[in-house]
Design a protein around this ligand. Structure first.
Ligand code: ACM
Ligand code: ZN
Length: 538
């Protein structure tokens, strides 16, 4: 298909029929050619189980948006003729599993849990989009779909530390995530460029660390932070969309904003580089300063109480150890007392102490995995990570080795390799100078789609991989339009990598299923990159 033709299809919407425009691709789709569900003037949503009020509301919105009708929600002991029914079915095998049947009598969405029902509704929404094209949907072709995810952890990460993202825009992003069955939003809340979460014990973290541009406004992109009340509201909003929010506080590197606000947290370095909020990217927390541990004890306590997720991400990446711990007299003295010969042994010490706080708050620690082999011979591999942390594989080209080493160490892994999951990388050469001029590799859609989180390994060698994460690092993304432009359509490819079985995935099929969904994003006013290069004209 030529580029212009592709665009025409995109604009017209392609009538694809019965479940052929679904992303992520379900486990099983059976067309029921003799059947068709026709929306009557009055649409009834029947709740056959308790505890699905939230899902009924989600479905009400879907039906209203797609058909223009205002449905009535009723409770019912059985499936009323003509109704769209929601029910829990404890007999289904996995937590997020759902079954969706559309026939001439009614529509039934059953899930083992409310999450399963919610995902059935998202699939139903895509069926309505597929059947409705650019106009309202009046009928849906008969189909039976059974579905469940490959991975339980399907994340996207936003980075309000680099450019602050107003709360309402984060909510709109959560809406988009849920449509494609992502279930975790990681919020990178602290970095060199800003501290974006209110901490009651340390008001200067936001008082000083959230304002890097004196002339900027209070609501981004340089300045701003989330109050604890706002974050509670966001957590509750996300929960309704079955999205868990995992907070990230990046330590011990990426901490210039914290040290800017509370200078005692930093190493006493041998140089005289001034600490400028947003500019000095190589400042680190002092591993020998007791105040560091007391400080993060309080911070992690407050953060843990705000976010119900059992996980907290604490960074651990790109620590410039030699420039900080290697020259700091207090860190050097600590190394001597501990009998350490290399500065990176302090990393194990640091996270062992931090982990005590994490455990006391009943959380599990997530960290970016740094392989020691970046500079070291292969026999030294992982740092001494705590056994029950979960690591993220991210550095370009190192994932196969990381999968092997974490399996050996008994550590769980989330796959976010640079070559497939870094959605801040440009999507095509020449596209958007602020991304291309940054010296980053290309990550075209075709490549994003080629991602197999298990790297084709036998099941016993990839059993410790619990999911995927797509990362939208924010250095060059100053607003939500840029964020969604970078996210889509690559996030559709990742949604499929996280949810669908490899045997059901196919690039040509994905491209066809993608067009109507991109048209739908366009109708909703979501900015995305049109992937002209995949249409055959390049
Ligand atoms: C990272 O990209 N620094 C995890
Ligand atoms: Zn130090």
């Amino acid at each position: 298909m030529k580029g212009w033709c592709w665009l025409l299809c995109l604009l017209c919407g392609i009538q694809m029929g019965r479940g052929q425009a679904l992303i992520p691709c379900p486990v099983d789709v059976k067309a029921l050619p003799q059947e068709e569900y026709v929306f009557g003037d009055k649409v009834v949503i029947a709740l056959l189980s308790e505890g699905l009020e939230n899902e009924a509301e989600e479905l009400r919105q879907v039906v209203k948006d797609r058909t223009g009708r205002e449905p009535e929600i009723v409770r019912s002991g059985k499936m009323p003729n003509g109704a769209v029914c929601l029910k829990l079915d404890a007999g289904l095998s996995e937590t997020e599993r759902y079954e969706l049947t559309v026939n001439s009598s009614n529509v039934c969405i059953a899930g083992k849990t409310a999450a399963g029902v919610f995902y059935g509704i998202q699939t139903f929404d895509q069926l309505l989009a597929e059947n409705g094209g650019n106009t309202v949907c009046t009928a849906v072709g008969g189909v039976r779909i059974t579905d469940s995810p490959r991975f339980g952890y399907r994340a996207l990460m936003l980075d309000p530390a680099r450019h602050f993202i107003p709360l309402e825009e984060v909510k709109r992003f959560i809406d988009l995530m849920a449509r494609f069955k992502f279930n975790v939003l990681q919020l990178h809340l602290t970095d060199d460029q800003g501290w974006r979460i209110e901490i009651k014990a340390y008001p200067d973290l936001t008082g000083k660390g959230a304002y890097r541009n004196p002339q900027g406004g209070m609501n981004g992109p340089d300045n701003g932070y989330y109050t604890q009340e706002e974050l509670k509201e966001l957590v509750a909003y996300a929960a309704r969309k079955h999205v868990e929010i995992v907070p990230e506080l990046d330590i011990p590197g990426h901490t210039a904003a914290a040290i800017h606000a509370y200078p005692h947290l930093g190493c006493l370095r041998g140089d005289s580089v001034p600490l400028v909020l947003g500019k000095s990217t190589d400042r680190m927390l002092c591993a020998a300063e007791e105040g560091t541990y007391e400080f993060y004890d309080k911070v992690i306590g407050e953060v843990s109480r705000l976010f119900p997720s059992r996980r907290i991400h604490l960074g651990g990446d790109e620590a410039v150890m030699e420039k900080n711990w290697g020259v700091c007299p207090r860190c050097r003295a600590l190394m001597e007392r501990q009998g350490f010969r290399k500065t990176d042994e302090l990393m194990g010490y640091f996270f062992e102490r931090i982990e005590k706080t994490v455990k006391r708050n009943d959380k599990e620690m997530l960290l970016w995995c740094e392989l020691d082999n970046i500079r070291m011979p292969a026999e030294r591999f992982l740092f001494d990570y705590p056994k029950d942390c979960t690591l993220f594989t991210w550095r370009m080209g190192l994932t196969p080795r990381t999968i092997e080493l974490t399996a050996r160490a008994g550590i769980k892994l989330i796959a976010s390799p640079g070559e497939y999951c870094y959605f801040d990388y440009p999507q095509w050469k020449g596209d958007l100078p602020e991304f291309n001029n940054w010296g980053m590799p290309l990550l075209p859609l075709r490549q994003a789609y080629a991602f197999d989180p298990g790297y084709g390994l036998p099941p016993e060698e990839q059993g410790h991989i619990i999911g995927v994460a797509g990362l939208l690092w924010g250095e060059a993304m100053a607003d939500m339009n840029r964020i969604t432009y970078m996210a889509f359509p690559r996030a559709l490819a990742l949604a499929e990598a996280g949810w669908s079985r490899m045997e059901n995935r196919d690039w040509e099929s994905f491209k066809n299923r993608m067009y109507p969904l991109l048209a739908d994003l366009m109708r909703k006013g979501v900015s995305f990159r049109v992937p002209f290069e995949v249409s055959g004209s390049h």
